[in-house]
Design a protein around this ligand. Sequence first.
Ligand code: ZN
Length: 216
Amino acid sequence: MRIPTRRVLADDVYEQIRALIMSDGMAPGARVNIDELARRLDVSPTPVREALARLESEELVSRLPLRGYSVTDLLNRKQVADLYALRLLLEPPSAALAALNMTPESAQQIEDELATCPAAPADNAYDDYKNLTAHDQRLHELILRIAGNDAVLQSFIKTHCHLHLFRLNFQQPFGVQTITEHRAIVDALIAGDPEAASAAMTAHLEIARARLLDRM
Ligand SMILES: [Zn+2]
């Protein structure tokens, strides 16, 4: 039997706590009891503390002086609207730039990314949903990378928008439309058509925003 290294254990504990938060196994706003969580995961408190520090940098938990950690709240309507407003400022012009910057290599990269998620998950099992969200995040970041403005890319990454949207969307199917909308964006990029790429990105973000706000 392989004895897990300290790093593997720390990563594993981090993933388990993250999954609990993302799938509402730890409710938004709940206080985090480190000893209880360590017992639940059958580990010592040390890797739990390490995991919480990482999760704090992703804004999934927050720490208050003398009160310890609590799970962050879900985004409210205004925060969701603000987040999509920011994305609409950043991503459609970036898609237009990316369309102008496309090379055979970047076209291949983007097709390879689409191929990682050829179909929407049939049900809303946590792992399927996590994979779809991870693919969505990689695709949007790849388009920003091809556009080539690092300040825009870093601003996007700092919003942690996929994490927050994942928590709101979990168990609410959206995969099929997402895959279709991504195809339209990628077709415009590969055609080297900046207007069509910008329009497809705008449509994708506006539909996603409406889908989410309708349910809140
Ligand atoms: Zn998307």
